[in-house]
Design a protein around this ligand. Structure first.
Ligand code: BT5
Length: 265
């Protein structure tokens, strides 16, 4: 994409997973800003071993390799800036204002999922040495799957995604150009990626996420590996974590710990 750091865009007809590919490239020393795009993924992945489904040639399946100077507590913001850039692109290309559901989904007006973000790499603490696990310079791969033209109708969906998934096409009422969307996304990502490197920039991105996050103010059931609880989502912190009010006190939930965020049963 001219005028951005995203000039090395690698396109594949089929790949197992664009995230898996770029994580390997990162280990081999690939630089900040490499992009991988696949027409089809044979093992597209969601969070926690879940699958990302998309037929060949209809949707945007894209990952970026980022090497921001991003201290460990703020690492979730790498996925946040990609979600914000995707939201901006959907607005400029398809005229849609999507909701951002914490931690990583973009939703249509009807609450169904249009896109999901998966950040992988060294998101945890570690030795803090440059380039090593836990370093603020450790690479992060952020993948996004955007349902652009699939599903065209609910009947296209497998039973488990009925009532769950929707597309830009369904939301806008007409097909959407994937190349335009991809270009708009990378253009929107460029200044946001710059923001990850500075405290003031990170604050700006977290503020925008807070103002766009449709989870805030809603009742939520948070499912973690070691249990679940219900409360009301109050806020998003400067690190992109979710603050939930539970019976008069607050709990801060870290994205990496969450299995599901749902409305209470
Ligand atoms: C996500 O996980 O939402 C992250 C998805 C990231 C996919 C991109 S595609 C490019 C890059 N390369 C990869 O291998 N992955 C990334 P999660 O929050 O765990 O949601 C996964 C769940 O969403 C699944 O268990 C399904 O219930 C549902 N799902 C699967 N495919 C979907 C789709 N196309 N649209 C909406 N929901 C879907």
């Amino acid at each position: 994409m001219p005028g951005t750091r995203f000039t090395d865009i690698r396109r594949f007809d089929t790949l197992d997973s664009t995230n898996r590919y770029l994580l390997e490239e990162a280990r081999n020393g690939a630089p900040d800003g490499v992009v991988a795009v696949a027409e089809h993924q044979s093992a597209g992945r969601g969070r926690l071993g879940r699958r990302w489904e998309a037929p060949a040639g209809a949707n945007l399946l894209l990952s970026v390799l980022l090497r921001p100077h991003l201290p460990h507590p703020h690492r979730h913001l790498a996925g946040v800036v990609v979600a914000l850039a995707a939201g901006e692109a959907a607005e400029s290309v398809a005229g849609l204002r999507l909701g951002l559901k914490w931690p990583n989904d973009l939703l249509g007006e009807d609450g169904r999922k249009v896109a999901g973000v998966l950040a992988e790499g060294d998101l945890s603490g570690g030795t803090g040495l440059p380039g090593s696990p836990g370093s603020p310079l450790a690479p992060i791969v952020v993948g996004i799957g955007i349902n652009v033209n699939w599903p065209a109708a609910d009947t296209d969906l497998p039973p488990d995604l009925m009532g769950v998934a929707t597309s830009l096409r369904q939301q806008a009422g007409h097909p959407v150009d994937r190349d335009h969307l991809q270009n708009a996304l990378l253009r929107a990502l460029e200044p946001r990626r710059d923001d990850l490197d500075t405290a003031a920039g990170r604050l700006r991105q977290a503020d925008e996420f807070r103002s766009r996050c449709t989870t805030i103010g809603t009742p939520v059931r948070i499912e973690l590996a070691d249990g679940e609880f219900e409360g009301t989502a109050l806020d998003v912190t400067a690190e992109g974590h979710l603050v939930v009010e539970v019976e008069g006190s607050t709990r801060t939930v870290v994205a990496g710990d969450v299995i599901h965020v749902r409305p209470p049963a």
